[in-house]
Structures are given as C-alpha cells and as structure tokens.
Design a protein around this ligand. Sequence first.
Ligand code: DGL
Length: 269
Amino acid sequence: MDNRPIGVFDSGLGGLTAVKELQRLLPGEDIVYFGDTARVPYGSRSRETILKYARQDVRFLLGFGIKAVLVACGTVSAAALPELTEEFSVPMAGIILPAVRRAAVATRTGRVGLIATQASVRARGFERAMRSVRPEVTLYSDACPLLVPLAENGRVGRDDPVTRLVLEESLAPMRGRDVDTLILGCTHYPLLAEAIGAALPGVTLVDSGAEAAHFISAAREWDRAAPDREGRTRYYVSDNAEGFARISGLFLGRPIGHSVGLVDIETIL
Ligand code: DGL
C-alpha cells in the first residue's frame, strides 16, 4: 500500500477533466493538481518552451512526494512526454494512447477526427498512436486554438453565442469529413463537450482527460492507497487562484475555494 499522492498537471483548467474521473475511480487516493494558469495556453508555444514548462510542473509536483504523474495535457503529452519519462523516474502517463485506444474501439466507419492544440497537431503523436493501435483507421486532425480561452473563461454553454460562433468556425473543416468519432485531444475541450456535441450531432466524443484517468487507475507501476481511506485533492495554480476556484468549482460540482494555492512556478528550477 502507498498513501502518497498522485500528481496531475495541465496548463490550466483542462486537467480537471481527468481529476474528476480520477476522484470517481479512486476515491481513496490523494491528488495534487497543478494548473499553470499564468502561462496558459501551452498549445501555441514552441516545443522547447513546452518542455521547459512541463519540467517545472513535474518538479513542483515531485515536491509533494508523489508516486505517479498524470500528464493531463494533450500538448505536453504530444510535445514532451518521451523526454519527461526519460528524465524523471516517477511513473508517468499522458493522454494520447488512452484517447486513441478508446476512439479505435468506438469507430464503426474507420473515420476518426481529432481536435487539439496547434502544438499537439504539429507533433503528430495521435497519428503515430493510431497507426500502432488500428492502422486502417483514417485520422483527420484540426487545431482549434480558440477553444482553450473559451474554457478558461467558463464560456462553455451550448447556448452561449460566442461559443456557438467559435465552434461553428473551428469545426467547419471536420463537418465535411463524415467522421463518426471525434477525439477531444486537448483536455480543455471536454469542458465544452455539450456544445461540441450539439455542433456535431451523432458523432461519438472521446474525452481524453477521462480516458487518461482510466488508464492511470489501471496502471500497475504504482501501489494503491490503503482501502477505506478518503482521499483529498489539493489544487495549485500559478495565477488567479480565485478565478480558478470559481470555474473549477462549477465544473467539479462542489466549491473548492479555500483549497487553491498559488505557486511562483518560474522559480522552480
Ligand atoms: N489542456 C491542454 C491540452 O490538453 C493545453 C491547452 C493549452 O494550454 O493550449 O492540450
């Protein structure tokens, strides 16, 4: 048995889509969440910058004596995961393989869409994963950079006129491709799942954050916490703790106001 916490990080709110599922699957585990709200978005940055940020995020979490890391960020998973797993000895999982596996099982037509950040699409990690899991599937990828700011600002409702307009434009290329399954390859996007579902009716949506939570909860590289204990989650951000608490409380369905700590992530070497 191992009661040390699991570390989870993202550039902002998106990783909460994984935390929510992890809390449901493993209620006895302590979780430490870090959202790099001072430097979001990661998806429009260079690979070098993403790697630098991700290293600092992992080092911050290591300070809590964590037993595993869930990289709940598609961008870091796509652009930096091989380097991170090589550099750090703590067991680590990203979102790409879990999301691709789910999509490969879900598709009936073999036509799957991927929406993700610019850096994730550029890295082509989802394509590589799909080739290894189910090579006959055709994957159509689009970067949707305007979706992260919508999620970070809580503009996620399907009736929000700005959200509708942004989704209409962002999803227009996907409409003509007749996909039956769409990977939400950025962990922010499941926050918009209802609105995306309304814009692409009949398409099965794959929540990459939730799939990653399932994946890590089944991993054998780390030991579970003692049975019957109640896990607690601590939240840290690098900016605007109040804004994070407000929007994440809405998403998680319970107030987290007093438990959000502020971190100067730039000072972590
Ligand atoms: N939620 C992240 C991802 O899954 C990052 C979005 C961003 O910071 O651009 O890609």
